[in-house]
Write a protein that binds this ligand. Sequence first.
Ligand code: CP
Length: 329
Amino acid sequence: MSRHLVSAADLTRPDVEAILATAESMHDVQRREVKKVPTLRGRTVVNFFFEDSTRTRSSFEIAGKWMSADTINLSAKGSSTSKGESLRDTALTVDAMAVDALVIRHNASGAARQVSEWVRCSVVNAGDGTHEHPTQALLDAYTLRSRMGALDGRHVAIVGDLTHSRVFRSNVITLRTLGARVTVVAPPTLMPAGIEAWSRSDGFATSWDLDAVVDGELPVDAMMMLRVQRERMTGGYFPTPREYTIEYGLTRERLGRLVDRNPDVLVMHPGPMNRGLEIAAEVADAPQSVVLDQVSAGVAVRMAVLYHLLAGQAAEPTATADDTRKAVQ
Ligand code: CP
């Protein structure tokens, strides 16, 4: 594994398997009364969030703290970025303090890769614009595997605002890496440019018709609903919120049809959710929903990512998983 995690495409299948195996050990730590292991004692992790976050930011902070790393949080407001300091100068400044990892969220696609080329420390992409969010895809894969085992041949539908979604991009890559079958669904206005070529080369399906996927020949094992990112929209991508919900929302009625086809179907959402728009409130809280499992997995998976980047670089994947089990005992 590289010393950075910028894209889901940076990870081979053995890399993903190793991280998910380590995350299982980390999840055991999460269930203990005293949630502290010495694995990253003496290491420093800086969480630099230029964009708002609840789940990613807090879970990276918790992950670092539970592994005994020193964690520091910076945001654009309250740092010298607000005085006009460039991203490069800010990154080099933090790196010069001999930190070990920089976890970065930024509204510019490509910002994390750019920073990784400037600094000496490890860089983790915590979401860059509309590009990628690789740790979200890892925690989603962890959640799915916890419920259904290996993902080979499983059918995951990803539905909603694909154009503005970094979660969708990282998820397609990771799910395909793990052998899942993927169908992405969106209105034509929210299908990203170039998706036809990408879907052909990476072997996933695209559809404008959610009902055709719900009732399709291949039953859905998991339906991942994406947030309509109104803050990134400059034009009218759909006539009205009501019409979006009618065509693309996961309503109670659609969930009923999914369950009829597959009683074990799972409902996912990376959060934050627009209840009543892309997902009905009662569906978000339904027994099939694993939304809070995803949040819980976020801490364990981010512990595993920090472990592999900062503590386990030299080890082979299987040895690393064993090492982790010993390290957290
Ligand atoms: N899923 C996700 O990235 O959520 P936050 O924006 O709250 O971190």
